[in-house]
Design a protein around this ligand. Structure first.
Ligand SMILES: [Mg+2]
Length: 380
């Protein structure tokens, strides 16, 4: 007999030393919601929910978790991860539809699902990537993310010094700046490293098509979220017109849409984020869809310690994961919250092997970045 006896959350927040410009809004703080699930076996599992945008996302997430999610899982059997995932989706997706907000609902469910996988690991004394069977790899390729729009050459030099062989730049700041970013990055990297670019949905179809020759000139291997709205028919039209390989997935919700993307010849790379799309369970389903069509999976990862550790575990259990995004900017919610955080060597990370997330969390460091929330109430 095993039951979830308590569900808690913490809002983590810390200023980032190098505020990150995006084509839509800057990111000046790193934030995440950490979910902790206790069981009557005396175990605690940790999960993470993504709240980078909007700046007030923490308030929404605290309410959604406390009022919508936690009452549905206390008392449930944590060993049946699929059943909990299905029941949360069945109960909350209809509310998300009415709300026009499938994303926040899935981002909240993500934290619970990751915590359940962490619990499964602790219950068996294994890293979560060993819970469901053998690992498919012991070493994960990572790519450096993201350079620009300022200090591109200096950031690229740091990537070269660290041995990264694949690097992503941010675009969507206007044609002149975008060309400068690509030129500075390629100028420092030289011809060999792979160069990726992320437009964060900055362009319409004509603007994206006009960027294609520039992207080709700098040998950009794929363009991420090129189009405002991220609609598949338009992405397919862009691909037809330009032949550009397209990456997307960090703002996609629901396995049905991931399956349509996986099946499209326009989409070369799927980028589910385990702290957004619905946890490890949903990401494994995305990997299955990707495998059926030979599409590569490069999970989106721009969060904190738990998302980082759990994404490495996903990569160790899912063959379609070709590489994982590795945040090279100041991130006070990632390495400082881990005991002995892994650092890429020549663009690779050996998959950690401690029980659960693979890497123990530094509880004192987590306490230091836990921010009080205005609506502190007794938790279920
Ligand atoms: Mg992106």
């Amino acid at each position: 007999m095993s039951r979830i006896t308590a569900a808690r959350l913490r809002v983590l927040r810390a200023p980032a030393a190098d505020g990150i410009a995006m084509s839509f809004a800057p990111l000046r703080h790193r934030s995440a919601v950490l979910v902790e699930l206790d069981t009557d076996d005396g175990l605690t599992g940790h999960g993470e929910s993504w709240i980078n945008y909007p700046p007030w996302a923490a308030s929404e997430r605290v309410a959604t978790l406390r009022e919508g999610v936690f009452p549905r899982i206390v008392g449930a059997d944590p060993r049946d991860i699929g059943a909990v995932h299905r029941s949360l989706c069945a109960g909350l997706e209809p509310l998300g539809r009415q709300w026009g907000a499938p994303g926040p609902v899935m981002q909240a469910i993500s934290a619970v699902d990751i915590a359940l996988w962490d619990l499964a690991g602790h219950a068996s004394g294994l890293a979560m990537s060993r819970v469901a069977g053998d690992r498919v790899r012991e070493e994960v390729a990572v790519y450096a993310s993201s350079l620009g729009p300022g200090d591109v050459a200096a950031q690229a030099r740091r990537c070269v010094a660290a041995g990264h062989d694949a690097v992503k730049v941010k675009l969507g700041f206007g044609r002149a700046d975008d060309e400068r970013i690509l030129a500075e990055a390629r100028g420092v990297l030289g011809a060999a490293p792979a160069l990726y670019a992320d437009a964060n949905q900055a362009w319409d179809l004509a603007e994206a098509a006009a960027m294609a020759p520039i992207l080709r000139a700098y040998d950009v291997a794929w363009i991420e979220e090129p189009l405002r709205g991220n609609r598949l028919p338009e992405l397919e039209e862009l691909h037809r017109r330009t032949g550009l390989p397209i990456a997307t997935g960090e703002n996609v919700y629901g396995i049905g849409e991931f399956r349509r993307l996986a099946a499209s010849p326009a989409i070369a790379v799927l980028q589910p984020d385990i702290a957004k799309a619905g946890g490890i369970t949903e990401a494994l389903a995305v990997c299955e869809a990707a495998a059926a069509h030979g599409t590569a999976v490069l999970p989106h990862l721009y969060g904190g310690a738990v998302a980082f550790a759990a994404t490495l575990q996903l990569a160790a259990m899912a063959r379609p994961v070709a590489a994982v995004e590795y945040d090279i900017r100041d991130n006070p919610l990632r390495d400082p919250l881990l005991v002995d955080p892994p650092v890429p060597d020549r663009g690779r990370i050996a998959v950690p092997d401690a029980p659960g997330l693979g890497i123990p969390l530094d509880t004192a460091a987590i306490a230091a970045v836990t921010r009080p929330h205005p609506r502190e109430e007794p938790e279920s």
